[in-house]
Write a protein that binds this ligand. Structure first.
Ligand code: ADP
Length: 398
């Protein structure tokens, strides 16, 4: 079966078409600047990428052009839309929806009710789903939620210690994000270790521009660093991660910032960018630190320390750990961050081989544990789109 996976952002639409019979990616690409001009980059294996600038007024126009390209004689990989067996949508926030599901009217209506929980990603995801219903009405649509991997977290870990009514009435609780990635890499880890996932305690570190750490026991998430929103947890590219909440009220009450300005500062101007004043990109921050920039050195220390604290606390929560996984842009590529995170952790059984960590193989699961280390440490490339395609095929076949 061929599965089209869509990931809609506020001004972008990323896509991948999979042939699930062999797991191959037939084509992938991205529409960007939707609503403010428009560009498409469309790729196929063994062919030059196709790029065009055109007017993409909305997500529906973008999807229509993607479908045209996928089916075109010159740049296409299928002969007609009918070859697409199902479409899988990445939806960041599923609210109370605990499992991936086939899209129905009531699913869309529910997603509309939880837009306030997810104002950035909710509307474009709904627009993507509606565009598919309009342009390919007979093809089943599946929604796969970043939050659903966290349905296994227990209440004492997801409820915040604020008046209980905020949980009951306003749905304020830990939801957790990046779940599709944490789920994918934990199952991949079990495969490469040749162990049943039911027997493993794993800590997965998804370190990208947005970053989160998750404790996975027996294949189920038991705790995660992101919370009510993706803002909580470790230091990120532009997000602060966890801070004393009184900083927010202090900025508003004593410094005259509006709530919106504080939101913007904490989401877009903090983290690596905020500390260094240079860049949100960990490669640039690493380079600046190597050249002696004191604030870049400080930012790296803060990032590393915030990851270490979650690893330590999850080992305490699970009473041990069998494996640590590094994934996403930083986790898969930046040996310096992995090295510093794993430094001085031998008390907990975490020791890596400096040489393997530095000369790792990219794009494949790669073990970097030191000989004889009690805890196994792996780099596992994430593939959220493939995970979405797997769920989509499973549900479409039912
Ligand atoms: P997101 O998907 O959250 O936007 P990514 O997973 O692409 O982010 O990660 C981006 C981060 O990974 C950046 O901080 C970047 O510096 C870092 N990084 C390091 N090396 C690479 C690389 N070779 N490719 C992509 N990102 C890299």
């Amino acid at each position: 079966m061929k599965i089209l996976v869509l990931n809609a952002g506020s001004s972008s639409l990323k896509y991948q078409l999979f042939d699930m019979d062999n797991g191959n990616v037939l084509s992938k690409g991205a529409c960007e600047r939707i609503g403010a001009g428009g560009t498409i980059t469309h790729k196929r294996p063994n062919a030059e990428p196709f790029y065009e600038e055109l007017d993409l007024a909305n997500h529906s126009k973008a999807l229509a052009r993607v479908l045209e390209l996928l089916c075109s004689a010159e740049y296409g990989v299928i002969s007609s839309i009918d070859e697409i067996g199902a479409v899988g949508h990445r939806v960041v926030h599923g609210g109370k929806m605990l499992e991936s599901c086939i899209v129905t009217e009531s699913v869309i209506k529910y997603l509309e009710t939880i837009v306030p929980l997810n104002p950035l990603h909710g509307p474009p995801a709904i627009a993507g789903i509606k565009s598919c219903l309009e342009l390919m009405p007979s093809v089943p649509q599946v929604t796969v939620f970043d939050t659903s991997f966290y349905s296994s977290i227990e209440d004492f870990r997801y409820i915040y210690p604020i008046p209980y009514e905020f949980y009951e009435n306003d749905k304020i609780r830990r939801y957790g994000f990046h779940g599709t990635s944490h789920r994918f890499v934990s199952y991949e880890l079990a495969k490469v270790m040749g162990k049943p996932i039911e027997d493993l305690k794993i800590i997965t570190c998804h370190l990208g521009n947005g970053s989160s750490v998750t404790a996975v026991e027996g294949g189920k998430a038991i705790d995660t660093s992101m919370g009510f929103t993706p803002q909580e947890g470790i230091v990120m590219g532009t997000r602060s991660g966890s801070i004393d909440p009184t900083i927010v009220t202090y900025l508003i009450k004593s410094k005259g910032y509006t709530a919106e300005e504080v939101d913007n500062i904490l989401n877009k101007k903090s983290g690596l960018l905020g500390i260094t004043g240079l860049s949100n990109d960990c490669r640039n921050v690493t380079e600046a630190a190597e050249n002696g920039n004191a604030r870049a050195e400080l930012a790296i220390k803060m990032l590393v320390n915030s990851i270490k604290k979650y690893i330590g606390s999850y080992i305490a929560e699970m009473n041990g750990v069998d494996a640590i996984v590094f994934t996403a842009g930083i986790g898969e590529n930046q040996w310096n961050i992995r090295e510093k995170v794993c430094e001085n952790m031998s008390y907990l059984g975490i020791e890596i081989d400096a040489d393997k960590n530095k000369n790792f193989e990219r794009g494949v699961p790669f073990e970097i544990s030191a000989e004889g280390a009690k805890v196994r440490t792996w780099i596992i490339p994430t593939d959220e789109e493939y995970m979405i395609a797997i769920d989509t095929e499973r549900l479409a076949k039912k």
